[in-house]
Design a protein around this ligand. Structure first.
Ligand SMILES: Nc1nc2c(c(=O)[nH]1)N[C@H]1C(S)=C(S)[C@@H](COP(=O)(O)OP(=O)(O)OC[C@H]3O[C@@H](n4cnc5c(=O)[nH]c(N)nc54)[C@H](O)[C@@H]3O)O[C@H]1N2
Ligand SMILES: Nc1nc2c(c(=O)[nH]1)N[C@H]1C(S)=C(S)[C@@H](COP(=O)(O)OP(=O)(O)OC[C@H]3O[C@@H](n4cnc5c(=O)[nH]c(N)nc54)[C@H](O)[C@@H]3O)O[C@H]1N2
Ligand code: SF4
Ligand SMILES: [Mo]
Length: 758
C-alpha cells in the first residue's frame, strides 16, 4: 500500500492544533493537503471508525476518518471521558506513526548472529510453526514457566494476560508495573485495601488545592490531566509543586519546593507533623475512617519542619506554610498519587506517606478530594479455567483487583522465578527480576522470551545484563511495529499492524464514570502485518490451547463480550463508540459498607500487614546514596511531544523535537567550563557512556542533579530519524534499587559526570 504524503510541515502541524504544553490543547482541525491538491475530504467517501489512541498508555478515545484506505484525520471522541474531543500532540502524531516508512513490514527469521540484525523474510505459517515448536520443546523440557512474556501497549492483553494464563506461565510482566506504578498500587493496597487503578482519581472539578510530588503535568502530557489541571488552575486553585527542577507545572504553582532529590519522605513526615501538632486535620474523618492515628501522632511528634529542613534543603517556614495551605482547603485538597514512582527503591513507603496525608486531609471519598474509581461491568469472554492466574499488573490493573495467593509457585511446583514470596509483599510480577534467571538459571532457567510491544533495551535498567540474557536464551520472539534495538536480537520477528489497522480488546476503564471504548480498523493492515489477537490465537491453536481461542474473527469475540452489557459492535458504533456506566464516587453513594478492603476495613495509617512482614509499619525517612564528587544525580522525565522511546522516529514528532537536552544548573555549568548549547558526553558511575547531548544551562534545576527527557540516544540505524540523536537515560542506568515491598526498580540512583571530549 502506498505511503501517504500529507506534506505536513512543522508550521502547518502546529497550526492544526498540535501545539505543545498545557496551553496547547485544542480541538483538532483537518490536516488539509496543501499545494492546491484536491483536499482529502473530497477524494472519496469518508469512512468514520472508532478507536482509542495508542500513542501512549493513556488511551484516549478517538474518531478516525479515512478515505479510500488512507487515514486522513484523527479527532478526540467527544463522548470519551478521557479525550473529550481533544488530543495531545502525540495523539495528533498517530497518523505519522502509522505511515513511518521504517515500520516492520513482514515476518522475519534470523539469518545471522543474535544482535546482528540480519533476517530473511518468511511466511506467517513458517514463523508461527517455528515458535510453536520451540515453546512446546521448552514446556516439555522445563515446564510452562520457562517461557517469559513481556508486554505493553494496548494489545498486551492477548499475550501477557490471555496467552500467558492459558499457557501456564506466571512469568508474564509489564514495564508499566515494576518500572512505573507498582509501588503506588502496592501502597494503596496496604493503606486503602484497593489499587489506585489506571486513572488517578483526583476529583478535579471541585478541587481547591493540588500538591504534586514530582508529577510533572505538562511534560507528562496526558490529555485529560492537562485539561483538568488547566481548568482547576484557571479557577484559582492552589498548586504546590515539589520538584528539584522548575518544571512546566512549577511555573504555574503558588509554591515551588526545589527539594533535594530523594528526600521527599522527610518532607511528607514533616507535613504530617504540622497537620497533627497544629490540629489542622479532619478529626471526624480520621476517627471514622482510619486506624493507627495515635501511633502516627507519636511517630511524627519530633519530625518537625526544622528537622526536615536540614534533610530536604527547604526552609522550615516554607514547609510549615505549605502544610497550612493544604489544610486550609481540606477536604478539597490532595496530593496527587504519582504515576512513574519507581525512583529510589523505598518508593512504597513514600507513596504510603502521601496517602496518609490524604487521609489526614479527609480527601478520599469526598467531593473535591479523591473519588472512588469503579470498574465497568463487562463479562470476560467465556473460557476454560486458566492454568495460572495473572499477575502482570500495569496501567490496566483494575482497582480492587486481587492478586492470587497461588502465584509464588510456578505451575510445576517450582519457586517462582521473580522470588515474589521471598522478596515482595504481594504485587505484580517484576519484569526486571525475570532477567537474572535467564542468565543464572536460579531458581530455574527461563529459556524463552516473547517481547510484545515492550522496548526491552530502552525501558529496562541494566542494559548490559539484558544483552547477556538475550544471548543466553534459547528463543527470543519480538512482536513490534518498529525495528527497535531489541528486535535485532530476536530469532523471530512478528510485525504487528498499528492501532489504526486492527480490532482489539475492549478498553474497559475504571473511572469516576466507568466506561468501555472500542477499537476497530480504519484501514486494512498495511504490508504483511497482523493484529496481536490473530497472532496469539494462531499460536494458541498450534500449541493445543484451542479452547481458549474458540472464536473465528475479532468481531465475533467482541460481539460476544458486548452481549453482557446488552450491546454489540453495531450498536456501540451507532452510539459513538463509547458505553458509559454509573459510578459510585463518594461515601454517600456506598450505603453502609466500607469501601476500604484492608483487614480493618479502614485506612491503615499504621500497617499491621507491613509490621508482620518485617517492614516499617509507618513510613520512615532513609537517606539515599549521595552523588560522589564530580558527579550529578541523573534525573529523567517526559517530553511533551514524545512517548518513552517509541515516538522519536515518528516523522512529525521528530520534526518537532528530534534530540534531547541535558538540563544543567548554570553555576554548575560555569564550574565545569561548559557553555549553554555545547555538546558533551555523559559517563556514569560504572563507566557507561551516552551522548553527545546538548547542554541546556539553566537556573531551573538544582546543582546536585541533571535532567534529560527519556527515550533518546537510540542506537539502531534502522530507526533512521531517531538514530544517534541525543543521549539515553537507560544506557546510563546500569543499576537500580529494588523496592523490597513492591518489586519496583528505583532508577534515580545513578550518577553521571560530564565529559567534554566530543
Ligand atoms: N530509562 C527509563 N526507563 C523507563 C522509563 C523512563 O522514564 N526512563 N519509564 C518507565 C515507564 S513509566 C514505563 S510505563 C515504561 C514504558 O515502557 P515501554 O512500553 O517498553 O516503552 P516504549 O518505548 O513506548 O516501548 C513500546 C514498544 O512497543 C512498540 N509498539 C508500539 N506500538 C505497538 C503496537 O501496536 N504493537 C506492538 N506489538 N508493538 C508496538 C514500540 O515500537 C516499542 O518497542 O518504561 C519505563 N522505563
Ligand atoms: N508526553 C508524555 N507524557 C506521558 C508519558 C510520555 O511518555 N510522554 N508517559 C506517561 C506515563 S506511562 C507515565 S508513568 C507518566 C510519568 O510522569 P510522572 O509520573 O509525572 O513522572 P515522574 O517520574 O514522577 O516525574 C518526573 C519529574 O520528577 C522530578 N523528580 C526527579 N527526582 C525527584 C525527587 O527526588 N523528588 C521529587 N519530588 N521530584 C523528583 C523530575 O524533575 C521530573 O520533573 O507520564 C505519562 N505521560
Ligand atoms: S494522552 Fe495523547 S498520546 Fe496519550 S492516548 Fe491521549 S491523545 Fe493519545
Ligand atoms: Mo509509566
Amino acid at each position: 500500500m502506498a505511503l501517504v504524503d500529507l506534506k505536513i510541515t512543522r508550521r502547518t502541524f502546529l497550526t492544526t492544533g498540535a501545539t505543545v504544553g498545557i496551553a496547547g490543547l485544542a480541538p483538532s482541525y483537518a490536516l488539509a493537503a496543501e499545494n492546491g491538491d484536491t483536499p482529502w475530504y473530497r477524494r472519496g467517501r469518508i469512512e468514520t471508525t472508532y478507536n482509542y489512541c495508542d500513542m501512549c498508555p493513556w488511551r484516549c478515545g478517538i474518531v478516525v476518518r479515512s478515505v479510500d484506505g488512507v487515514v486522513q484525520k484523527v479527532d478526540g471522541n467527544p463522548l470519551d471521558p478521557k479525550s473529550r474531543g481533544m488530543l495531545c500532540a502525540r495523539g495528533q502524531g498517530g497518523v505519522s506513526f502509522l505511515n513511518d516508512p521504517d515500520r516492520l513490514q513482514a515476518p522475519m527469521m534470523r539469518a545471522g548472529e543474535r544482535g546482528e540484525g540480519r533476517f530473511e523474510e518468511v511466511t506467517w505459517e513458517r514463523a508461527l510453526d517455528f515458535i510453536a515448536g520451540k515453546i512446546n520443546d521448552i514446556k516439555e523440557r522445563s515446564g510452562p514457566e520457562a517461557l517469559a512474556i513481556f508486554g505493553h501497549t494496548s494489545g498486551e492483553y492477548w499475550f501477557t494476560d490471555l496467552f500467558a494464563q492459558a499457557w501456564g506461565t506466571p512469568n508474564a510482566a509489564k514495564p508499566s508495573s515494576s518500572l512505573c506504578l507498582s509501588p503506588r498500587e502496592e501502597a494503596a493496597q496496604l493503606t486503602y485495601g484497593m489499587a489506585v487503578g489506571g486513572h488517578e482519581p483526583v476529583d478535579w472539578d471541585e478541587l481547591r488545592c493540588l500538591t504534586l510530588i514530582g508529577s510533572h503535568i505538562g511534560e507528562d502530557t496526558r490529555n485529560t490531566v492537562m485539561q483538568d489541571f488547566a481548568t482547576m488552575w484557571s479557577k484559582g486553585g492552589k498548586v504546590i509543586v515539589v520538584d528539584p527542577r522548575f518544571s512546566s507545572v512549577a511555573a504555574k504553582a503558588d509554591y515551588w519546593l526545589p527539594i533535594k532529590p530523594g528526600t521527599d519522605t522527610a518532607l511528607l513526615l514533616a507535613w504530617m507533623n504540622v497537620l497533627i501538632t497544629e490540629g489542622r486535620y479532619d478529626a471526624s474523618y480520621v476517627a471514622d475512617w482510619t486506624v493507627g492515628f495515635d501511633e502516627l501522632s507519636a511517630h511524627v511528634a519530633d519530625l518537625t519542619p526544622e528537622w526536615a529542613a536540614s534533610i530536604t534543603d527547604l526552609p522550615a517556614e516554607q514547609i510549615r506554610e505549605t502544610a497550612r495551605v493544604m489544610a486550609d482547603n481540606l477536604p478539597q485538597s490532595v496530593i496527587m498519587p504519582g504515576r512513574h514512582v519507581t525512583w529510589y527503591g523505598n518508593d512504597t513507603q513514600r507513596l504510603r506517606a502521601t496517602y496518609l496525608i490524604n487521609a489526614l486531609l479527609g480527601a478520599y471519598g469526598r467531593p473535591g478530594g479523591l473519588y472512588f474509581n469503579k470498574s465497568p461491568f463487562l463479562e470476560e469472554y467465556p473460557h476454560p479455567p486458566y492454568a495460572v492466574a495473572g499477575s502482570s499488573g500495569g496501567c490496566s490493573a483494575e482497582p480492587g483487583e486481587e492478586v492470587s495467593d497461588e502465584l509464588p509457585l510456578g505451575p510445576s511446583g517450582k519457586a517462582r522465578a521473580d522470588g515474589a514470596r521471598d522478596t515482595f509483599l504481594r504485587g505484580a510480577t517484576a519484569l526486571q527480576e525475570l532477567i537474572d534467571p535467564m542468565i543464572s538459571g536460579d531458581p530455574y532457567r527461563i529459556e524463552g522470551l516473547i517481547v510484545y510491544g515492550t522496548n526491552l533495551l530502552n525501558s529496562v535498567p541494566n542494559k548490559p545484563r539484558t544483552i547477556e540474557a538475550l544471548k543466553a536464551l534459547d528463543l527470543v520472539v519480538a512482536i513490534d511495529v518498529l525495528p527497535q534495538e531489541h528486535v535485532a536480537w530476536a530469532d523471530v520477528v512478528l510485525p504487528e499492524s498499528t492501532f489504526f489497522e486492527r480490532y482489539d480488546q475492549l478498553w474497559a476503564v475504571s473511572h469516576k464514570t466507568p466506561y468501555i471504548a472500542m477499537r476497530e480498523p480504519a484501514i486494512p493492515p498495511m504490508y504483511d502485518t497482523r493484529p496481536a489477537w490473530w497472532m496469539a490465537r494462531e499460536l494458541g491453536i498450534r500449541v493445543g490451547l484451542d479452547a481458549y481461542f474458540d472464536w473465528e474473527t475479532a468481531e465475533e469475540y467482541l460481539d460476544k463480550r458486548l452481549r453482557s452489557v446488552a450491546s454489540n459492535l453495531d450498536d456501540m458504533r451507532a452510539e459513538g463508540g463509547i458505553i458509559m456506566q454509573n459510578g459510585k464516587p463518594y461515601f454517600e453513594d456506598l450505603g453502609e459498607s466500607s469501601p476500604f478492603r484492608t483487614p480493618s476495613e479502614k485506612i491503615e495509617l499504621y500497617s499491621q500487614q507491613l509490621a508482620d512482614a518485617g517492614f516499617d509499619p509507618m513510613p520512615v525517612y532513609e537517606a539515599v546514596e549521595e552523588p560522589p564528587a564530580g558527579f550529578y544525580r541523573l534525573l529523567y522525565g517526559r517530553h511533551p511531544v514524545h512517548t518513552f522511546a517509541k515516538t522519536q522516529n515518528t516523522p512529525v514528532l521528530n520534526e518537532l523535537y528530534s534530540e534531547n537536552e541535558l538540563w544543567l544548573n548554570e553555576d554548575a555549568a560555569d564550574d565545569e567550563g561548559v557553555a549553554d548549547g555545547e555538546y558533551v558526553l555523559l559517563e556514569n558511575q560504572d563507566g557507561a557512556r551516552s551522548g553527545p547531548i546538548r547542554v541546556k544551562a539553566t537556573q531551573r534545576i538544582r546543582s546536585d542533579a541533571v535532567f534529560m527527557p527519556h527515550g533518546f540516544g537510540q542506537k539502531t540505524k534502522k530507526l533512521t530519524r531517531a538514530y544517534g540523536r541525543g543521549a539515553s537515560d537507560t544506557e546510563l542506568q546500569t543499576r537500580y534499587a529494588l523496592d523490597p515491598i513492591s518489586g519496583g526498580a528505583g532508577m534515580r540512583i545513578n550518577f553521571v559526570k560530564i565529559v567534554k571530549e566530543v
